[in-house]
Design a protein around this ligand. Structure first.
Ligand SMILES: Cc1cc2nc3c(=O)[nH]c(=O)nc-3n(C[C@H](O)[C@H](O)[C@H](O)COP(=O)(O)OP(=O)(O)OC[C@H]3O[C@@H](n4cnc5c(N)ncnc54)[C@H](O)[C@@H]3O)c2cc1C
Length: 510
């Protein structure tokens, strides 16, 4: 091995220098070259959107600067990962490959197999590190939460002060959508990428925006400002989960110490930070499911539900329903407003995501896979492990969760009684009186005319009738859940993926 051999640090969904173990270890071992690969297989996958690329590019620009400030370099290449690495290894002597392990979908799993086989052919060692609380080759879930907490509490990794990088290796510029054959992003109001925005978002949440988080998270009116909004930064690794966890613990300790010295903080902080801390654990709890059972990207968690919706999902009738759902014209204002909001911004709060998924699965009786892919593309924070597990949970195919069917009309009266959110995203309902907003199709014809919203002309009639659609879905699911296979599967699923934490043992954060 040449004395000038270089360590390649391969950045993927970890676009930061802080708390980045592969970077720190590689830099301690010798010269380092940062590498990001625009992978056609990922960029042209159905779950990828140009808004993801915009976010990645903003994050790459900042990463380039952060590495440059330490004397290091980030090079950008385009192509299949193993081929790109092979070409690079022909240009410079490569000492080792360093990266974080990824809990991704089948495409990244297969790509990793190809990279591993390339590395072994070339005799290059590939060092992979964990970047969150997900555990590879986990035997079972016993003690998982304690291991998660231990990992999150370990000191975070200090970035190297100096990096030595070879100057002569060429790099592509940051590639915009057009250069990669993607349409320009249509999202007008998406969050900007990069570690600086991630840090700012964390600080404003922990010190100002998060005080009423527990109460505000369910309504799309308040959630936009009062949820953390950290999800895209966590999904693309602009900040580590450990950094967020430790900042939350410190903030909690600071508030408790204020309380002890009589500097009474707003009491809502305690409940809010505790709820937030639990969700940081859920982040990994859900990803662990995909890590342990990768087939759930495509197949039902519980095999007892196989065949339940597949046949109907292939019909023309289902195709029409799917189009109406995608385009925000189901005739249910909360569903349509949420869909239009997510398409414009790339974000939606948990409850509204759950309602969209449950509406597709129960009211429209669609198989979860196509709706999940559609929303993966529109969520700026698409994280395969969370996304597919959550979609299945909201579609009733896990076999271990209570069937939760949301009434879109009730969500209007509970979460947006004055219709501020709905009117913002559905201008055709601007003049519909508040009392008719949840179910505008029930408006008498003269009110429809007066408010400029004639049902069937200005706004669609409901695509399905709520009560009968829900009753039919519940009945079909109940029949399956009674079968011996369903019971057997739910025992297996619970054993494999179920949280071992009992409610009385839940801890407060800090
Ligand atoms: C159908 C469906 C699909 C989803 N797909 C994704 C996805 O692709 N990527 C994603 O990050 N989240 C997903 N979620 C979970 C959740 O809705 C988002 O994490 C949350 O809305 C992001 O906003 P926030 O960062 O302000 O969250 P906060 O409420 O501020 O939570 C902080 C962090 O905790 C984690 N978190 C919060 N809620 C959950 C949850 N229910 N399950 C797992 N982790 C959670 C996220 O990392 C989040 O950023 C999905 C939920 C549903 C119902």
């Amino acid at each position: 091995m040449s004395r000038n051999a270089v360590n390649i640090v391969w950045f993927k969904r970890d676009l930061r220098v802080e708390d980045h173990e592969p970077l720190a270890r590689a830099a301690a071992d010798g010269p380092v070259l940062g590498l990001f690969i625009y992978e056609p297989e990922l960029i042209h996958a159905p779950e990828f959107d140009s808004s993801h690329l915009v976010f990645i590019n903003q994050s790459l620009a900042e990463l380039e600067t952060a590495l440059g400030a330490r004397g290091g370099r980030l090079i950008l290449r385009h192509g299949e990962a193993a081929e790109v690495l092979d070409r690079l290894a022909c240009e410079i002597p490569v000492k080792a490959l360093w990266s974080h392990a990824e809990t991704g979908g089948m495409v990244t799993y297969r790509r990793d197999l190809r990279v591993a086989s390339w590395a072994s052919r070339r005799g290059i060692r590939w060092h992979e590190f964990r970047q969150d609380g997900v555990i590879r080759r986990l035997k079972n879930r016993d003690g998982w939460a304690a291991r998660w907490r231990h990992r999150m509490s370990a000191p975070s990794i200090v970035p190297p002060e100096r990096i030595i990088s070879p100057a002569f290796v060429c790099s592509l510029p940051i590639l915009p959508c057009e250069r990669l054959g993607l349409e320009r992003s249509k999202k007008t109001d998406a969050q900007p990428g990069g570690s600086t925005h991630a840090q700012e978002t964390l600080q404003t949440f922990l010190h100002r925006r998060g005080v009423n988080y527990r109460a505000a998270m369910s309504s799309p009116l308040t959630a936009w400002e009062e949820c953390s909004r950290l999800s895209p930064y966590l999904a693309w690794g602009c900040i580590s989960l450990r950094t967020v966890y430790q900042a939350t613990v410190s903030r909690s300790a600071e508030l408790r110490s204020d309380e002890r010295v009589g500097n009474a903080p707003d009491k809502r902080w305690f409940g809010s930070l505790s709820s937030f801390g639990a969700r940081l654990r859920w982040h990994c709890h859900f990803m662990q499911k995909l890590e342990d059972e990768p087939r759930i990207e495509f197949e039902n968690v519980s095999r007892a539900f196989d065949g339940l919706r597949e046949k109907f999902s292939r019909t023309e009738h289902a195709a029409e329903r799917f189009s109406a759902w995608r385009e925000g014209r189901t005739g249910y204002p909360m569903v349509d407003a949420c869909m239009r909001a997510v398409c414009a911004t790339g974000w939606l709060n948990f409850r509204m995501r759950a309602m969209l998924a449950s509406f597709a699965a129960y009211h429209l009786w669609l198989h979860w896979r196509e709706p999940a892919i559609y929303l993966a593309r529109h969520f700026l924070d698409f994280e395969p492990g969370i996304h597919f597990s959550q979609f299945q949970m909201q579609s009733g195919t896990t076999g271990i969760n209570t069937i939760r069917i949301y009434s879109p009309a009730k969500q209007v009266s509970d979460q947006d009684p004055c219709g501020l959110f709905i009117r913002r995203w559905l201008p055709e309902l601007a003049n519909v009186p508040d009392s008719w907003l949840a179910e505008p199709h029930r408006m008498p014809p003269e009110i429809q005319k007066r408010s400029g919203c004639v049902i069937g002309k200005d706004y669609p009639a409901p695509i399905v009738e709520h009560t009968s659609a829900v009753a039919a879905a519940r009945h079909r699911l109940t029949l399956v859940r009674r079968e011996p296979l369903a019971k057997e599967e739910s025992r297996r699923v619970l054993n494999k993926h179920g949280s071992r934490k009992r409610p009385d043992r839940r801890r407060r954060i800090g």
